[in-house]
Design a protein around this ligand. Sequence first.
Ligand code: ATP
Ligand code: MG
Length: 389
Amino acid sequence: MSEVKKTKHIDNKPIDIEKGSMKEFVPEPGKEVILSVRDLNIGFVTRGKKTHVLRDINLDVYKGETLAIVGESGSGKSVFTKTFTGMLDSNGFISSGSIMFGGMDLVSFKSDKDWLKIRGKRIATIFQDPMTSLNPLLSIGYQISEVLRLHRGMSKEEAKKEAINLLEKVKIPNAAERYKDYPFQYSGGMRQRVVIAIALACRPEILICDEPTTALDVTVQSQIINLIKELQKEYQWTTIFITHDLGVVANIADRIAVMYGGQIVEYGTVQEVFYEPAHPYTWALLCSLPQLGSKDEPLSFIKGNPPSFGKEIIGDAFAPRNEFAMNIDFVREPPIFKISESHWAKTWLLSPYAPKIKKPKVIVELHERMKQAAQELERQEGFTHEENE
Ligand SMILES: Nc1ncnc2c1ncn2[C@@H]1O[C@H](COP(=O)(O)OP(=O)(O)OP(=O)(O)O)[C@@H](O)[C@H]1O
Ligand SMILES: [Mg+2]
């Protein structure tokens, strides 16, 4: 950890240091909101001890968009989105807040019966490991048809026809033949396609993709991402795409929310977060992108460990790892500051009283480097062959 800046710029201001920040959540004007989270707090009880994991989350998800949620392992991405389908582990609890969807507050749902009308049906999730969603003992065809019969009331024949159609939609070769196969006869990438087909079967309004490609190799990864993008255009759902890899989101997302230590620390459009990132944690994430490293300088990475949820977090959770931290970061939690109607970040650096700092070189040169990285990718893709599974 570098030495803490001894600036007194903010620390000595007696009042109004939150000038320019948001105390109440202000939605972006003119957007159709499909899901709205307010002041959400989530904890767990482990061996009789309570932890406070998600802290005061506010977020609107817009209809038809692809929202990426990024952040390192343990930042709370899965815990956050699991609450949209009532899939929080049994030792987890929502201590306060609301999640509004379709005129209902999902936080008020008590039983699995309440969730039946939402989970899989209106909000579906694709997880990293397709086997968590597939039954190894049942044929692929049976598993898709079952969903169609149950959720869309189709007859056996109708369901079979539609299941083959869906397998074709997710580009399974010889769909009619492969309908009879079992999960173990499919490769990892193909199993993930089947999971997407099952999700499609219910025509969800929101599709949560929780690291859907992390377990797959790079070529298959981009094919799955392109498939999700293509199908979204046709089916017009809203995608929430969770990843710890900022590299993939430029390709798929409209907006990005960055999570750190159970909080959203920055969010904005892809352009805003990539080209005008404001939070030092986002800078650190961007600096770690392998695509942006150049041969003559070592890749930057984020030093230190994320906060421990077992202890009370005082000040800014990122402060101990933040080379730009000021004294105030260790004593007072920053509010979220408005940068534009769509761009907000939770850092004292945005206070009008903060000193002007020099951003890391990679961040200043980001635009140019991204352009070069995209050109390089295009060049490489020219040599990439079709998936061969
Ligand atoms: N069942 C549980 N009991 C106790 N703590 C939990 C439980 N599930 C999650 N947590 C805590 O919540 C934190 C956030 O977990 P979460 O799975 O949301 O992280 P994530 O951002 O999805 O990480 P990854 O990228 O590894 O999937 C974890 O660091 C862990 O401390
Ligand atoms: Mg996760």
